[in-house]
Design a protein around this ligand. Structure first.
Ligand code: SF4
Ligand code: SF4
Length: 377
């Protein structure tokens, strides 16, 4: 891909363009998102509604703004996400609907239907990939499969398996059914415990979605038969006492790239758009409740037709920013602007290698042009 992909960007400040919602409208216009939508198209707006107990997920007003833009373009929006692999509040469709309500998402507040994309029975359609790393078949969740257009509305956070959780992960892990999630995660490699660093705070035990961590005779113990290699404990531990073995991240990421390709393959060319909300950038993803405080200042909003370029631009902006004193950034020595926050948080994660895998999968372009719409005016 010779040409650089365009990534449109707006800072989070209130300026003459307005606040966050006005800037999303401006980014939508500048990035040509409306052009993806033909009249009466069903538009799946894929987002994460937040695990209950979290306070940093994408606000309903942001979802409502995107819903209104889809309607203005002639589309029929539906907000959607899938059930989770692990047993928490978002594990089944009925408890996920309750969780959404608790977090403020109802058809009345967002202005359109909200559907759990894989429903009550793990509903989806298998697609077969010609080129893949790990998953030849990917089961795409039904509501997303049925849609004409996909708009990914992703919250940017750090993530123990993929380094950054953004639009690629939102579409990949969040757009596929349970069995595909399991195969993407499954890895022989499990987190490595470093007992001498452990202060027995118990955070990892509380957040582990698989119940794989526990204290046995006051010593933290990992049950490898239960662990699904999600990486959440690695991001959560404030002491760096749980490390990601390189094989685990690399294996999971290969699965994520295949999932992404599988979901995207169900849409016609030019029918997928990406919005990365780089606000409240916490060390753990939105599956981890309660959240820790953000590590870097709010970065802003990014929009692009190229998901890889969009996530890469967010990654670069996070690394260029200073870390926030008194947060995890200070604990890991990542306060300086330009310091590699991802390397500092996940020392054994080789982000260069993960980006290389993504580029080789031909899912998008790492080379991007960042267009600051504030400066364009
Ligand atoms: S990677 Fe960590 S948080 Fe995830 S299932 Fe395994 S032990 Fe639990
Ligand atoms: S989060 Fe880290 S320090 Fe706390 S109990 Fe788990 S391993 Fe130990």
């Amino acid at each position: 891909m010779a040409e650089r992909s365009k990534v449109y960007f707006a800072n989070p400040r209130r300026t003459r363009l307005g606040g966050i919602c006005e800037k999303i409208r401006a980014l939508w216009k500048e990035s040509g998102m409306a052009d993806m939508i033909d009249e009466y198209d069903v538009v799946a707006v894929k987002m994460h509604f937040g695990e209950p107990g979290l306070t940093t997920y994408i606000r309903p007003i942001i979802a409502r703004t995107v819903v209104d833009l889809v309607k203005d373009a002639g589309g029929r929006p539906v907000l959607t996400d899938t059930t989770t692999l692990y047993k928490r509040r978002r594990h089944t469709a009925d408890s996920y609907y309750e969780a959404m309500k608790e977090n403020g998402f109802t058809p009345e507040t967002v202005g359109c239907p909200i559907l759990v994309a894989d429903g009550f029975r793990n509903n989806g359609v298998y697609v077969t990939l010609d080129r893949y790393y790990k998953l030849k078949e990917v089961k795409v969740a039904q509501v997303i499969y049925d849609a004409d257009v996909l708009v990914s509305l992703a919250h940017i956070t750090f993530h123990g398996d993929t380094g950054i959780a953004g639009t690629i992960k939102n579409i990949a892990m969040g757009g596929t059914c349970t069995e595909t999630k399991l195969r993407a995660h499954s890895s022989d490699a499990k987190p490595k415990l470093v007992p001498e660093r452990c202060i027995k705070c118990g955070i990892c035990v509380r957040i582990c979605p698989a119940g794989a961590l526990s204290f046995k005779e006051k010593v933290l113990t990992l049950d490898k038969t239960l662990c699904i290699s999600c990486g959440d404990c690695i991001a959560a531990c404030p002491q760096g006492a749980i490390r990601v073995p390189w094989g685990m991240a690399q294996q999971t990421y290969r699965g994520v790239l295949d999932q992404y390709k599988g979901v995207i393959s169900t849409f016609r060319e030019g029918k997928v758009g990406h919005i990365d909300i780089a606000l409240d950038i916490t060390p753990g993803c939105d599956c981890q409740a309660p959240n820790d405080t953000p590590m870097v200042p709010n970065i802003g909003i990014l929009a692009s037709k190229d998901g890889l370029a969009c996530d890469r631009a967010a990654f670069d902006l996070i690394n260029a920013a200073p870390g926030i004193p008194g947060t995890r950034a200070e604990e890991i020595g990542a306060l300086e602007p330009g310091s590699d926050k991802f390397k500092a948080l996940f020392p054994s994660l080789d982000m260069d290698e993960l980006w290389r895998l993504a580029a080789e999968a031909e899912i998008g372009n790492l080379d991007y042009e960042l267009i600051d719409i504030e400066k364009e005016e």
